[in-house]
Design a protein around this ligand. Structure first.
Ligand code: NAP
Length: 500
């Protein structure tokens, strides 16, 4: 069984970024366990037609690996995935990744002071585990009565069936979230008939996506500072949204005005506009930029269905009004398991305690990175570190810096393990949850994946992201219980014991 200083789970932006920074620090004793057969995480998995990022490319990329050649202001999935593969190659992390290794168990061994990991391809141990598992990695399909009886293909946007040709078919798309509203306009021209099942209308705003000109790209290549300036401008303009989302949701009426104007300019029929108008504050659910969704649903081959779904029959979706909508294929754009984190059901900390038992139905961590009772385990993008307005890479890179500093501190002080103090984690979460009631996510009048089964906001960082960066700049040993490394003799005795 192999042993490593660090085991990283996942090779999306989080895991890959961590691996790159470890190499830069000269810490080469690590392994990356990736369940897929390629790097990319969510950008490898989500290959549905039209998949595109809604954060501008110059900001949605590693700060240390700018790409002057982005072809659009908002990149499409293939270009982001290419970027990630290129970065993985350029920074030499590929040899450290074990593909098709799905981690299925992690158990902290208090005596040995290390983690034992079980994967689909065997076992290994590691002193430290860094979980870059992503918050949007487990597709969620609702359990609609009769679903198993459907005889055609039925798949999730995050598991698009490339082998199935939908051209000329009658297709249903269930959901009108970020993934579905990108899928709909892209499949509409190909299919015979498209039924879009909308339970809650989203707020849709204009999308300022455009091709990046050759001149701009030349400038970015020759004057990297120009690209850094654009990145910085994008960051600060997005950061301004915190003033409404967190501090005073009423300020978001301006954005609602923009969205309503967008709808009026694209949807002439007042009755359709009524059906499409949300009854909750903008920002409560993710704000969706699209210039294509409203036009697509008004095409003659498309029907917007707002009746609830009652059941699924072998060849149809039946709505609560009894109407049968005959379809050949069903596409679920129904989101992800976000707060019921699957990994929590296979991570066992001190005394064999299961993380899902500790969390109940409300995940929480200190700074989204460490959980009491689970030594030497660091989450990247853990609980309460998603944002409704900013590039997630900013949060990921903040976490990576924090973990690196933790590893350096452990090395410098000769520590075998560090574990966040429970009172530190509790105080942090009290402070965090105290901010929530006034935010748009908790008071905006919608239900969203940001809230967990107890109604707590376990997902969002309710503040400016620069404040998050400030708080994660340094690992704080005083907030952790640490265990020193064994003396030479004790270590030898333990090794002999283990061998016996
Ligand atoms: P989502 O935002 O959770 O949307 C799920 C959709 O499915 C909602 O419209 C939801 O309706 C609907 N739904 C769920 N269960 C249903 C049911 N039983 N019957 C009818 N409708 C049902 O999921 P997503 O679109 O995959 O997006 C998830 C997140 O991924 C986004 O918020 C974003 O953070 C990220 N993402 C980003 C991009 C991008 O950058 N452009 C693209 C895709 C995804 P309700 O609203 O009524 O619940």
């Amino acid at each position: 069984m192999s042993h490593h200083r660090v085991a990283i789970i996942g090779s999306g932006f989080s895991g890959m970024g961590m691996a790159i920074r470890l190499l830069e620090e000269g810490m080469e004793d690590f392994v990356v366990l990736e369940r897929a057969d390629d790097v990319g995480g969510t950008w490898q998995a989500n290959r549905y037609p039209g998949c595109q990022c809604d954060i501008p490319s110059h900001l949605y990329s590693f700060s240390f690996a700018p790409n002057p050649d982005w072809s659009r202001t908002y990149s499409k999935q293939p270009e982001i995935w290419d970027y990630m593969r290129r970065v993985a190659d350029d920074y030499g992390v590929m040899p450290y990744i074990r593909f098709e290794h799905e981690v299925t168990g992690a158990q902290w061994d208090e005596d040995a002071q290390h983690w034992s990991l079980a994967s689909s391809q065997g076992e290994l141990t590691a002193d430290v585990v860094v979980a870059g598992i992503g918050g949007l990695s487990e597709p969620w399909i609702p359990s609609i009565p009769g679903l198993e009886s459907f005889k055609g293909p039925a798949f999730h946007t995050a598991a698009w069936d490339d082998d199935h040709d939908i051209a000329g078919e009658r297709v249903a798309v269930i959901g009108t979230g970020a993934s579905a509203i990108q899928t709909v306009p892209n499949i509409q021209p190909q299919v015979k008939r498209l039924k879009v099942f909308m339970r809650t209308p989203p707020w849709v705003v204009p999308y300022s996506d455009r091709p990046v000109t050759a001149l701009e790209r030349r400038i970015y290549r020759r004057v990297p500072a120009a690209q850094r300036l654009v990145r910085s401008m994008v960051y600060w303009s997005h950061e301004l949204m915190v003033l409404g989302l967190v501090h005073k949701p009423a300020r978001l009426k301006l954005a609602e005005g923009l969205a309503k104007r967008h709808m009026r300019s694209q949807v002439p029929d007042p009755e359709l506009r009524r059906r499409l108008t949300p009854d909750y504050r903008i920002g409560c659910k993710r704000i969706l930029p699209s210039n294509l969704f409203y036009p697509a649903i008004q095409e003659p081959n498309v029907e917007l269905v707002t009746e609830g779904i009652r059941e699924i029959e072998p060849d149809a979706i039946v709505t609560t009004d009894g109407e049968r909508h005959e379809v050949d294929t069903i596409v679920f754009g129904t989101g992800f398991h976000v707060t019921d984190i699957k990994a929590a059901r296979w991570i066992r900390g001190r005394d064999g305690v299961l993380m899902s038992d500790v969390w109940g139905r409300s995940p929480s961590a200190y700074l989204g990175v460490a959980v009491a009772g689970f030594p030497n385990l660091f989450f990247l993008s853990g609980p309460n570190t998603a944002t409704g307005h900013q590039s997630q890479l900013f949060m990921i890179e903040s976490h990576i810096d924090y973990v690196l500093d933790a590893l350096r501190t452990m090395e410098r002080r000769g520590l075998r393990s560090v574990e966040v103090r429970p009172e530190v984690q509790e105080a942090f979460n009290r402070e965090l949850q105290a901010r929530m009631p006034g935010t748009v996510w908790n008071s905006g009048g919608c239900s969203s994946w940001y809230l967990d089964a107890n109604g707590n906001n376990a997902t969002i960082w309710p503040d400016f992201t620069w404040r998050f960066r400030r708080r994660t700049r340094r690992f704080e040993p005083g907030k952790y219980v640490s265990r020193p490394a064994l003396s030479g003799r004790a270590a030898a005795a333990q090794a002999a014991g283990a061998a016996a």
